[in-house]
Design a protein around this ligand. Structure first.
Ligand code: ATP
Length: 437
């Protein structure tokens, strides 16, 4: 029994690594599979079907090799167990047969010994397989247990109170420093104020941390130093639910569910009626397009919204936000996929809503024509505020903003001339702005 137990424990421990390898290989295979299916467009654009198939094949090959080792080592374990048991049975039968030959045991004793050893085999086999299955199941659940060990970076304080917007939604970043990785600071000692009920724009080079500001405000991450307050309350001291309820976002990439257009708009407020959904869609300049579709609001948008255009997706995201109707609004490149005419109409509608409801809003934009009318424009550079003011003040300053503005205007004018749109609406806006500047 001792030999059987020792062999079972030692061999099961040895087999563990094969099971781990098999699980890791299976996970790798699933990751490759998911990644290549999600990015099927990139795979097709670059004719990389064979490359992806090869990647998946090599991941499956690893899984196959590890699974063969799992099966072979199981056969080894079973053979070893049977060998030990059979040897013990043979030894005992030999000893009992000798006892019968010597006359110290009867034939009945021999049969009894045989039966006893066989009866022992059942619980031994049972315990052996239970132990093996238990170890295997614990290994299979390792990923789940590891997930439990992951630290939750953002946690609500036990005594957190709901956010109260008693000043209309003044957002302050006070000496905020933040980095996703310690060796690469993104925001350093950033101090800025987003006044209540005003339209604020954040501009700056790509990768300077504009979207990070939103993620910090939404508490996807916590700041490493400094603090962020809304109406004087540190966002770390308020409940996450009340904080996130107060902020509405139109993100750079609109996440859509594989459901109808109506479902996706209603996601902003799941209790909204059909009429409210339609009203929101009208304000987001997407109603006419939806009406023109054969199935109207019941049209399926496909996985990640792949069956509708980028501009339509953005307008659905705006409709959602209009339905949510939060006190603080954040538009992260919300109109970048729209043509200039639709963009102007949509921005006009958004501005109307902002003014009517006196909402605090933040616009992140690269195209300065979309934000020139903001009450405050904040220019970020190297993780801190390089300059801020109104469009006129910044243009007069001759700083980064002024340079960006001139460069974009020049491009805009040239494009307009090339396309013979000198009399067009965009040009008029440009000239108007130039005069204001
Ligand atoms: N989850 C993350 N982990 C590590 N680094 C990240 C993460 N998210 C963003 N970054 C990095 O942080 C920097 C700032 O990103 P952010 O998205 O805030 O830039 P941005 O100013 O909004 O850029 P863009 O104008 O191109 O949208 C980028 O260099 C980016 O690579």
């Amino acid at each position: 029994m001792a030999a059987y137990t020792w062999f079972t424990i030692a061999t099961t421990a040895w087999r563990t690594r094969f099971r781990k390898q098999a699980n890791a290989a299976e996970n790798r295979g699933a990751t490759v599979e998911l990644d290549s299916l999600i990015n099927y467009e990139a795979v097709k654009y670059f004719n990389n079907e064979k490359y992806e198939a090869k990647r998946y094949d090599s991941a499956l090959k690893e899984y196959e090799d590890a699974s063969i080792k799992v099966a072979t080592s199981l056969a080894y374990l079973n053979t070893g167990q049977n060998l030990i048991f059979s040897t013990a049975l043979t030894g005992m039968m030999y000893m009992a047969a000798q006892g019968v030959a010597e006359g110290s045991l009867t034939v009945g004793d021999l049969v009894m010994v045989n039966q006893l050893v066989f009866q022992l085999s059942v619980p031994l086999n049972f315990l052996g397989s239970v132990y093996r299955e238990l170890r295997q199941s614990l290994l299979d659940m390792e990923t789940l247990f590891n997930l439990q060990k992951v630290n939750i970076a953002v946690q609500e304080k036990p005594n957190a109170s709901p956010l109260t917007l008693n000043q209309g939604g003044v957002v302050r970043f006070e000496n905020v420093s933040f980095a996703y990785r310690p060796d690469r600071p993104i925001l350093s000692d950033l101090t800025m104020t987003i006044p209540a009920g005003r339209k604020v724009a954040i501009v700056g080079p790509s990768g300077c941390g504009k979207s990070t500001i939103l993620r910090l405000l939404f508490r996807f991450y916590d700041v490493q130093s400094g603090r962020i307050t809304i109406d004087g309350q540190d966002i770390r001291d308020v409940t996450l639910e009340s904080l996130r309820k107060s902020i509405g976002v139109v993100p750079q990439d609109t996440p859509l569910f594989n459901d109808t257009i109506e479902h996706n708009i209603r996601y902003g407020n799941v209790d909204a009626s059909h009429e409210e959904v339609v009203a929101a869609a009208k304000r987001a300049q997407v109603h006419d397009i939806v009406e023109g579709l054969p199935e109207g609001y019941a049209t399926q948008v496909g996985e990640r919204g792949m069956m509708i255009s980028g501009g339509e997706k953005q307008r659905l995201a705006v409709s959602r936000l209009i339905l949510k109707d939060p006190p603080l609004l954040f538009f992260d490149e919300a109109t970048s996929a729209l043509d200039t005419h639709t963009e102007q109409l949509l921005l006009g509608n958004i501005n109307g809503i902002l003014k009517e409801k006196a909402r605090t809003s933040v616009f992140v934009a690269h195209r300065l024509r979309t934000i020139y009318d903001s009450d405050v424009i904040i220019v970020l550079k190297d993780g801190t505020v390089a300059e801020q003011g109104t469009h006129e003040q910044l243009v007069e300053n001759n700083g980064i903003y002024s340079e960006l503005w001139s460069a974009q205007e020049m491009l805009f004018t040239e494009e307009g001339e090339e396309e013979g749109q000198a009399e067009g609406r965009e040009r008029r806006v440009g000239e108007d702005l130039a005069k204001r500047a």
